[in-house]
Design a binder for this molecule. Structure first.
Ligand code: GLU
Length: 436
């Protein structure tokens, strides 16, 4: 049996970190088992679904490196749904309903006021059918079939069908709600594992009976705890934090993937530069039941740590030509984003804004300008330079290193000077030391 998963977004908006996390877990699980990862566009709502969102979803998955093994669209599958619906209708598993939303609301309130659960009450078989009202359709739950499954995240699950309302599966205008088409597709596409958020747990309870009614065994289910913001709540920001804004902030796709893969699991979040260890480690039994907290600060830090280990070849196409492999290796411990590397071009090749000089530093810089002309620049110029200046002026420690760093790089902080200086041309260095 080929492990088959699907990521099933509705193209009514852009992907945000929450649904990207679900996509990622499906993908990692599938890649671990050498299976098929499908993108299923849930576009039964023709009015709210937009082509630009479909394109955005594809682009975001590609940016994240989540390659798909097939794409399906629900809007192209209405004939199939119609056929399965007809079978369920003939078998009495879907039935026509005529209540208006107002009537349903009143019934609910009456039940609640009597202290009863607001479960939908089926109308008696002999109740008259109202004239000229198009019905909507509900799925008839089998009250005698207990609903049970062992969730890969949540463990054993149990639902009593009598306490559940028969779910509406089709509207009076013929349009589909999510529940039934999803099951029909999961069967038709031979989906073996459904990985989604725990907000779908009660849907699963009803869907398990739909699988049975359609003559199929249900897939395995993994319902993951929801993602919340740092304040511990489902935050608006999180719900709208899209890939475009993360990319604009310089977040590398692998950083987001590394964080989302492990957040809320008992495996530590690690600064990996590739997905192999994440594929290797995915295990739904290691997913926690508590909400996973997404922290943008943690993401930025992880991004930085990953960049510090990222090879030049992996980012060269986004670097200015002046940032050669050796220069990238020298600056990568000091950049938070790839874009920041551009700011270092001037440090290597000039021009540097001249900075006011402190009188106490003058002798050090004068000695350095002289020494820089004579030392072997191809060996270890920083150690040769500092040794010569120390010898000439007696300066040491901070009083020696800081004025040199400032004059040579225009900055107070930065990468190790021994690694940096050989990457600055001698002429540049001499000019900077003399100008100071
Ligand atoms: N379109 C549904 C959603 O986005 C899919 C849920 C599922 O994975 O079955 O919530």
């Amino acid at each position: 049996m080929t492990v088959t998963t699907r990521f099933a977004p509705s193209p009514t908006g852009s992907l945000h970190v929450g649904n990207v996390r679900t996509a990622l877990h499906n993908w990692l699980w599938t890649r671990k088992h050498g299976g098929r990862f499908l993108l299923r566009i849930d576009d039964t709502d023709l009015e709210r679904s937009k082509e630009e969102y479909v394109e955005g979803i594809r682009a975001d998955l590609a940016w994240l490196g989540l390659d798909v093994d097939g794409e399906e669209r629900q809007s192209a599958r209405f004939d199939l749904y119609e056929g399965e619906f007809a079978k369920l209708k003939a078998a009495g598993r879907v039935y026509a309903c005529y209540e208006t939303p107002e009537e349903l609301d009143i019934r609910r309130k009456i039940l609640l006021s009597r202290g009863l659960p607001p479960v939908y009450e089926r109308r008696p078989a002999d109740a008259p059918v109202p004239d000229g009202v198009a019905p909507h359709w509900r799925f008839r739950l089998d009250h005698d079939a207990p609903i049970e499954w062992t969730d890969m995240v949540r463990g054993p699950q149990n639902f009593e069908p009598r306490t559940m309302s028969d779910p509406v599966v089709r509207r009076a205008d013929g349009s589909w709600l999510y529940l039934l088409p999803s099951v029909i597709d999961d069967i038709a596409m031979a989906v073996t594992h459904v990985v989604r958020g725990e907000d779908h747990v009660s849907n699963t309870a009803a869907q398990i009976q739909m699988f049975a009614a359609l003559g199929a065994a249900p897939p395995a289910f993994a319902h993951e705890a929801l993602l919340v913001g740092t304040e511990g709540k489902l935050s608006k920001r999180l719900g709208s934090l899209g890939m475009a804004s993360l990319r604009a902030d310089g977040i590398e796709p692998i950083a987001l993937v590394a964080l989302l893969a492990r957040l809320g699991t008992s495996d530590p979040v690690e600064p990996v530069t590739g997905v192999a260890p994440l594929i290797e480690s995915i295990d739904f039994a290691r997913f926690g039941r508590a909400p996973a907290r997404f922290d943008e600060g943690e993401l930025a830090l992880l991004n930085q740590k990953i960049l510090h280990q990222t090879a030049h070849a992996a980012v060269a196409d986004r670097l200015p030509a002046a940032i050669t492999a050796a220069r990238w290796d020298a600056i990568r411990p000091n950049v938070a984003t790839v874009a920041e590397a551009a700011e270092w071009v001037a440090v290597f090749d000039g021009p540097l804004a001249s900075r006011p000089l402190e009188a106490a530093d003058r002798p050090v810089l004068a000695a350095a300008a002289t020494a820089a002309r004579g030392i072997d620049w191809d060996a270890d110029p920083w150690h040769a330079l500092t040794a010569a200046v120390k010898e000439a002026t007696g300066a040491k420690g901070r009083a020696l290193f800081l004025p040199l760093r400032r004059a040579l790089t225009g900055r107070d902080h930065g990468p190790d000077m021994a690694g940096l200086l050989p990457l600055i041309a001698r002429d540049q260095a001499v000019a900077r030391l003399s100008a100071s």
